[in-house]
Write a protein that binds this ligand. Structure first.
Ligand code: C5P
Length: 228
């Protein structure tokens, strides 16, 4: 590939999935392994970028050559991204961020009561980190979002992607074309990348590393032409 085409560029990449605690031993989480985000961070560093990897509960090792900021919850991820985004050229939001978190986090392990058959959890909305970045002035910072949907119909999937890109103010949106049981822990991925004109910028499948390079090609092009 184009070695060094990202040299001097600062990339912030979020990877993994957030965990929202209920008590000291339990959390609400998701199936994101972090593999796709880690592949992007790894490939970007290999292409010369200065990479900050914001790592949320990764199931894979962090790549060398990146500054790694470990986080766990959505609020921690937000703080880390906001700090790192200030002097970034691009922010790639590959992490699966919980939309909701438990309203109360118990200091002690929650216990079941004798005879208890149900329990309910009150959840409150987490900030939409990408949408907040997209809505705030972010001149010169290219924003890349991801969408993992279970929609099987390809055209409807792309429509969801376009709506999501617009709602979040992202410059590029990477739509996962594989179902949730394929894309998450797998080493392979199949994506369609939507651009700011609602067109298809790329369609690719293969290893998460090869998908990472295709996404980085699009980022490198845009940074080189100064758009975003
Ligand atoms: O709305 P949805 O969760 O499908 O959007 C996915 C995209 O938005 C991803 O890029 C994800 O990192 C980002 N996101 C976020 N903050 C949230 C939820 C999702 O930045 N609270």
């Amino acid at each position: 590939r184009t070695a060094g085409d990202l040299s001097g560029r600062r990339l912030v990449v979020t990877a993994g999935g957030t965990r929202e605690p209920l008590d000291p031993v339990r959390f609400l989480g998701n199936r994101s392994s972090g593999k796709q985000g880690v592949a992007i961070a790894d490939a970007a560093a290999a292409r010369g970028a200065e990479v900050t990897l914001i790592a949320a509960n990764l199931e894979v090792a962090s790549p060398g050559g990146c500054r790694v900021v470990p986080v766990s919850t959505a609020l921690e991820l937000q703080e880390a991204v906001t700090a790192a985004a200030a002097d970034a050229d691009a922010v790639v939001m590959a992490a699966a961020v919980a939309d909701f978190r438990p309203e109360r986090v118990s200091d002690a392990k929650i216990k079941k009561v004798d005879g208890q058959e149900r329990m309910s959890l009150e959840l409150v909305r987490n900030p939409d980190i990408l949408a907040e970045l997209g809505a705030a002035p972010h001149d010169g910072i290219l924003l890349v979002g991801f969408a993992a949907e279970t929609e099987a119909d390809y055209e409807r999937l792309l429509e969801l992607g376009r709506a999501k890109r617009r709602a979040k103010g992202a410059d590029l949106l990477v739509v996962n074309r594989v179902g949730w049981n394929h894309g998450f822990a797998s080493d392979e991925n199949a994506v369609t990348v939507l651009d700011a004109a609602d067109g298809v910028a790329a369609e690719t499948s293969g290893s998460k590393m090869s998908v990472a390079h295709v996404i980085l090609d699009l980022i490198a092009e845009r940074l080189a032409s100064g758009s975003g």
